[in-house]
Design a protein around this ligand. Structure first.
Ligand SMILES: [Zn+2]
Ligand SMILES: [Zn+2]
Length: 180
């Protein structure tokens, strides 16, 4: 995958304690979201970060934000959302980082922030996305969007007593639904 953001460390790599601040924009690729939905980012997103040389590596602290679209859990209409999220990661030279699970690694003068950024974003995406809190969803039989229309399917009543009553009527041979 194409890196989302790379930082060139050349200007601070030689002196411990030195820092650099960056404000920039990033472009995010769409993601497959659970339930075969698509997470679409409205690019670009803004990013602000501070990289500090902490002698044994680099500490990266920052924020990113922007808007995105995700399908409603119930009716699959696209919902427009936005978020802002923070990150804070320690980057160590590759040879050292393997011993520290929490740390990320860099090689040479370049630090790839893709994983840091995506982790921060994904953790802020709500598990449930609804177009409105009262979304009526899709009919499970015919697929009609019940926010915009009604259908004649009879599955909406999940009252088990009704189902039992219907079955009882059928077994009795009563009713003139005439399903032959
Ligand atoms: Zn909906
Ligand atoms: Zn229906």
């Amino acid at each position: 995958m194409k890196p989302i953001y790379k930082v060139n460390l050349a200007s601070i790599k030689d002196s411990s304690g030195s820092r650099m601040e960056i404000r920039d924009q990033i472009t995010l690729s769409n993601l497959e979201w659970e339930g075969e939905r698509l997470l679409k980012f409205d690019n670009p997103w803004w990013i602000e970060l501070e990289v500090t040389n902490v002698a044994r590596g680099f500490q990266v602290q920052g924020k990113t934000g922007g808007s995105y679209q995700l399908d409603c859990d119930r009716c699959l209409e696209q919902v427009q959302l936005s978020l802002e999220t923070e990150f804070n990661d320690l980057f160590l030279p590759e040879s050292v980082s393997k011993q520290e699970e929490e740390a990320k690694s860099f090689t040479g003068d370049e630090m790839d922030l893709s994983a840091t950024i995506m982790e921060a974003i994904i953790l802020q995406i709500p598990l449930k996305v609804l177009c409105t809190p009262t979304c009526r969803g899709l009919c499970s039989v015919c697929g009609t969007n019940l926010n915009n229309a009604t259908c004649n399917c009879e599955t909406e009543s999940f009252d088990p007593r009704l189902a039992m009553l219907l079955k009882w009527k059928q077994d009795e041979g009563g009713g003139d639904d005439g399903q032959s």
